[in-house]
Design a protein around this ligand. Structure first.
Ligand code: HEM
Length: 161
């Protein structure tokens, strides 16, 4: 065994051991790290008895690739500040049938599991924290000020250090 352990993001083996084994850990945020988390998360979401039907109603099987591309743009903007996402999450979620505060708790739980299974602990914590802030912002807009558009949740979280 040598001292050059594969801890750097550029040297890690792709899919070594499979994501389900939790062996593929990203230490640094990157498009690849974001994509891995999102693949794991939405696989969980689609199988979830509470969230699965909500997504199945809103996103057909054929529409999933396009949906995942938008979500990847969103997280790229949030975590890497690429500015790729140009949408309005408040307007989109306001039209999601069956969305509720209880489902947000479930969403965050599955998102956290996905982050922790694939990312180094500090990176997982940072991404989970972002998701938590955005979820809180979305819920405030959706459930406490219905019908009124709020600020972008990205803008709302941008001032964080
Ligand atoms: C109960 C919680 C949630 C549910 C049930 C939910 C459900 C959905 C559904 C069904 C869509 C697709 C809507 C459509 O295309 O017609 C969607 C889009 C999206 N969701 Fe969520 N969502 C939840 C929470 C969140 C959270 C917390 C975030 C971010 C941290 C998020 C980020 C997004 C983004 C970026 C899109 C794409 C928006 C666009 O098309 O511009 N969602 N969500």
């Amino acid at each position: 065994m040598t001292a050059n352990a594969p801890s750097g993001p550029a040297t890690r083996l792709p899919e070594a051991g499979g994501a389900a084994a939790g062996s593929a850990t990203f230490d640094v945020v990157s498009e690849a790290a974001i994509a891995a988390v999102l693949d794991a998360f939405y696989a969980r979401v689609r199988l979830d008895p509470e969230l699965g039907p909500v997504f199945a109603r809103a996103v057909t099987d054929e529409a999933w690739p396009a949906h995942m591309a938008v979500i990847a743009d969103f997280w790229s903007s949030v975590m890497l500040k690429t500015g790729r996402y140009k949408g309005n999450p408040f307007a989109v979620h306001a039209k999601v049938e069956g969305i509720s505060p209880a489902l947000f708790a479930r969403w965050l739980s599955l998102f956290g599991e996905s982050c922790r299974s694939l990312l180094a602990p500090d990176l997982a914590a940072a991404m989970e924290a972002r998701a938590g802030l955005i979820a809180a912002s979305l819920q405030a807009g959706l459930f406490f000020r219905p019908g009124v558009s709020g600020p972008s949740p990205i803008a709302a979280t941008a001032p964080l250090p």
